[in-house]
Design a protein around this ligand. Structure first.
Ligand code: CA
Length: 234
């Protein structure tokens, strides 16, 4: 079955290619959002949970590889790269960074459509197994809706950055996350944001979740490396 209501975000700075692609996919019933670059895409991704990203590698500003790296750090969204014929190395790097597939320009639209359908089938199957609400240390956390409650059912407010970081932690339990990786999970970084911001945010999360850094139950510190989510998940 084709998930016809699937939401596809096309990130491409060449308007003709972008609009043609959006029109073509739209004609098959997909919901398509067009973005001319990383900045526009980040706004969409902060609000929505698309099924698939089609990302041009060569973008002005933050390129498609950087977008792939950042998105893969925070979600399992399907990613197809668009690459120029001469981008061999970039294609390989893109796959290593977690892109699922790629097509070379000039591409055959039907080939792209076949890859889109194929990837949507795979991600839909995977999403069924992706747990949305996790429980740890008495807290319930909805990983897809920025909603955290404590044992008493009281909501704990999280900023978007805190939510994104907490989600990255619970999706990687027991894995030491270095500061760069944690920083990459935050989509809206302000000027001057650096890896020390990660320490500040972990401190805030610890404060909100009552996790004593001297005897951590949730966020362990791996000295010289980063942080690790240590609470058992259920
Ligand atoms: Ca381009």
């Amino acid at each position: 079955m084709i998930p016809t209501a699937a939401h596809i975000v096309v990130i491409e700075d060449e308007p003709v290619t972008r609009m043609a692609l959006a029109g073509y996919l739209g004609s098959f019933g997909y919901r398509v959002t067009e973005c001319a670059g990383a900045e526009a895409a980040e706004l969409v991704l902060a609000q929505e949970n698309p099924d698939l990203l089609i990302v041009d590698i060569n973008l002005a500003g933050k390129d498609g590889l950087e977008i792939t790296r950042e998105q893969r750090a925070r979600s399992e969204v399907g990613i197809i790269l668009l690459s120029g014929r001469t981008d061999d190395v970039d294609r390989i790097v893109g796959l290593e960074l977690g892109a699922d597939d790629y097509v070379c320009k000039p591409f055959n639209r039907r080939e792209l459509l076949a890859r889109v359908k194929n990837l949507l089938r795979r991600t839909a199957a995977m999403r069924q197994f992706t747990r949305r609400v996790v429980h740890f240390a008495g807290y319930s956390f909805d990983t897809s809706a920025r909603h955290l409650t404590d044992t008493a059912g009281q909501t704990i407010h999280l900023t978007r950055g805190e939510y994104e970081m907490l989600r990255a932690f619970v999706l990687n339990p027991g894995v030491v996350m270095d500061r760069d990786r944690l920083l990459a999970t935050i989509t809206h970084r302000q000027n001057g944001t650096n890896t020390r911001t990660v320490d500040v945010m972990v401190k805030r999360l610890r404060g909100k979740l009552g996790d004593d850094p001297k005897v951590p139950r949730i966020f362990g510190t791996s000295h010289g490396e980063g942080y690790v989510f240590t609470a058992p998940l259920s």
